[in-house]
Ligand binder design. Structure first.
Ligand code: C2E
Ligand code: MG
Ligand code: MG
Ligand code: MG
Length: 285
């Protein structure tokens, strides 16, 4: 089957291909090409407020389109981006594009919602990171409080004093900060209380085992309690069933995202999803 698509594409996705370096090079080439030609794509997954049941924002998720097949997902191209030193360029593009899209939705009549972007450690550690983000926000006229940065626990733990300084700068600009995949890392409660952050996103490996595995449920409950005592919002990731949705809402979890609400969507599909599900009847034509 792979052979039919020709030698140029074969290298991208043959799961049996052993020559990893060849595949890495093909992906690296495609990444550079997509950056140069502005062919990267963001998909957007709705984030829903559990109390009201309404979307409060989206998370932007990067995709690498490849001619003739499904776009590549971050786990398929981020390793190549890292080894090729392209993470900074990708991150800059993501920030600019997410801000641009946020403003485009407002221009199209959608309410102002938050947009979250994922930031890799290599991007977060760049000296120019905060000022670049500030430029992206300012250049498109976006309300900075609508932008959220998602960092993994491991990213913030790398160099705590520098991290705290950068997070303070972000929040001084009005940009909010979430700890992503929370619970799988190693932050101590003491450290967590010193970090200027706004949100914890409970890792989906715990959330999607609620109702099946007592330990995962206990970890979820603990993160919710921690969030309450530190005055942080808590978001459940990877909600796939009504059972998990009900559980998180009943436990006072603030927000949630997952296939139960929607898969990540193209910008256009998100707009349709929003209008179909949530736009008040009066504003429909
Ligand atoms: P993440 O930030 O934790 O994003 C959530 C991931 O879970 C997304 O995968 C999303 O498609 C998936 N997901 C959402 N709901 C469900 C569900 O109900 N069930 C299941 N099984 N999965 C669900 P995706 O898009 O493949 O992204 C994976 C990771 O790649 C992200 O995890 C994030 O760490 C990273 N990533 C994505 N976009 C970017 C980016 O622009 N820059 C950087 N540096 N990293 C990115
Ligand atoms: Mg994320
Ligand atoms: Mg996550
Ligand atoms: Mg609440």
């Amino acid at each position: 089957e792979a052979k039919k698509s020709g030698p140029g594409r074969y290298r991208f996705y043959s799961p049996t291909l052993d020559d990893g370096s060849d595949q890495q090079l093909a992906i690296e080439r495609r990444l550079r090409e997509a950056l140069d030609n502005n062919e990267l794509v963001l998909h957007y997954q709705p984030v829903v407020d559990l109390e009201s049941g309404r979307p409060t924002g989206v998370e932007a998720l990067l995709r690498l389109p490849v001619p003739g097949r499904e776009p590549l997902l971050p786990h398929q191209f981020m390793p190549a981006a890292e080894s090729a030193g392209l993470v900074g360029r990708l991150g800059e593009w993501v920030a600019r594009e997410a801000c641009r899209q946020h403003q485009a939705w407002i221009a199209a009549g959608l309410p102002s919602m938050s947009v979250a972007i994922n930031v890799a450690p290599q991007q977060f550690r760049q000296r120019s990171f905060v000022s670049q983000l500030a430029d992206s926000v300012r250049n498109c006229g976006m309300d900075p409080s609508c932008l959220q940065v998602e960092l993994k626990e491991s990213t913030v733990l790398e160099d705590v004093p520098d991290t705290i300084a950068a997070l303070q700068e972000l929040r001084a600009l009005g940009i909010s900060v979430a700890l992503d995949d929370f619970g799988v890392g190693y932050s101590s409660i003491g450290l967590l209380s010193t970090l200027p952050i706004d949100k914890l996103k409970i890792d989906q490996s715990f959330v999607n085992r609620i109702g099946q595995d007592a330990k995962s449920q206990a970890i979820t409950d603990t993160v919710l309690a921690l969030g309450r005592s530190l005055h942080l919002q808590v978001v459940g990731e990877g909600i796939e069933s009504e059972e998990v949705f009900d559980y998180l809402r009943d436990q006072g979890c603030d927000q949630a995202q997952g296939y139960f609400f929607s898969k990540p969507l193209s910008a256009e599909a998100f707009e349709h999803w929003y209008r179909d599900s949530y736009a008040p009847a009066a504003s429909l034509h």
